[in-house]
Design a protein around this ligand. Structure first.
Ligand SMILES: O=C(O)c1[nH]c(=O)[nH]c(=O)c1Cl
Length: 312
């Protein structure tokens, strides 16, 4: 069976890679992803300057997933620009994605301009949905600000790029966001979903929040968000113009959920919580599991079933 796919006109040997933020802040982690069976890799969302991020504990696994309020810890965009400059695009079969998450539109413009000036083959995923920077409402929930940002950034990027979106929970929001995305010609993909923002995990015995930042409020990930993720993948798959793709992320803990993401319309699948918990060996497992599922169902490629979820 064939697990290959393409995003933004670039081919991936298989559909799996990390969700930005997981196993990708430092070069040593990125090297482990490169040496894993992932089909690609993406860097931690970069801000203009280095950021320590929020105080720990800031990530905690939960019975059905995870909660995090990392606070955008990253090495600063020049670190990832340098990594992207040194990446061996010729001999690495895996394309490189770079995530940018400026704290302002000006910062996003400055970072994008530097990447465009470097003229590299890496693909930009601009993060419109970080829920954990205190005092910064996330762009993904401000439709006018998001449209304005895209109208400023898309012409600077020129090449195909993507955006990381938060989960939406209202059909009117699916309609509104898809209409904005469809206006931007070189917006080649949307990555759905970022963590379900501002959940709260409390320890029963100690009667205390599990993470330190923001009174314990943080983004939810993992198994518990699978059905929200599938809905967002399918909602945008149904609404986006021909040629625009959806990368699915949220709740993939085995080949089965990866299969469901593709059935919902995903062209690639990112892994967050399960990668954090199991490590990069997870890519070998999830690949094998998906291959076995496809074999059992008689599918030869992802195109055989992508987006073909049936309704009653
Ligand atoms: O707190 C974070 O660093 C973070 N955490 C998330 O769950 N999603 C994001 O986009 C970011 Cl930027």
């Amino acid at each position: 069976v064939d697990l290959s796919t393409s995003i933004a006109g670039v081919s991936l040997p298989n559909l799996f890679f990390n969700a930005s933020g997981v196993w990708c802040q430092h070069e040593s982690e990125l090297k482990e992803l490169l040496n894993s069976e992932s089909g690609s890799l993406i860097t931690k969302s970069a801000t203009f300057e280095y950021r320590e991020g929020n105080p720990s504990p800031r990530y905690v696994p939960l019975p059905a997933g995870s909660i995090n309020s990392m606070g955008l810890p990253n090495e600063g965009y020049e670190y990832y620009l340098n990594y992207a400059k040194n990446y061996d695009y010729t001999n690495n079969v895996k394309p490189l994605f770079v995530s940018l998450s400026g704290l302002s539109l000006q910062d996003n413009v400055k970072m994008v301009e530097q990447f465009v000036a470097a003229d590299l083959p890496c693909i930009l995923e601009i993060n419109f949905s970080c829920p954990n920077v205190p005092g910064k409402p996330q762009l993904g929930y401000d439709m006018d600000a998001m449209e304005n940002a895209l109208k400023v950034l898309a012409p600077i990027v020129k090449k195909p790029f993507g955006i990381k979106l938060p989960p939406y929970f209202d059909i009117a929001h699916f309609d509104a966001v898809a209409a904005i995305v469809n206006k931007i010609d070189n917006l080649a993909f949307v990555t759905c979903v970022n963590s379900v923002g501002n959940g709260l995990a409390i320890d029963f015995e100690t009667e205390t929040a599990l993470i330190k930042p923001k009174d314990g409020f943080g983004g939810l990930g993992g198994a518990m968000i699978l059905n929200t993720a599938l809905a967002n993948v399918n909602a945008f798959h149904r609404r986006l113009n021909e040629g625009k793709k959806v990368i699915g992320v949220g709740g993939v803990t085995s080949g089965k959920e990866a299969f469901l993401h593709v059935l919902a319309g995903a062209s690639a699948v990112q892994i967050g919580t399960q990668l954090k918990e199991e490590g990069p060996v997870f890519f070998a497992r999830v690949k094998k599991e998906l291959e076995e599922i496809m074999q059992a169902k008689g599918y030869k490629s992802l195109d055989d079933f992508r987006g073909k979820v049936k309704t009653l």
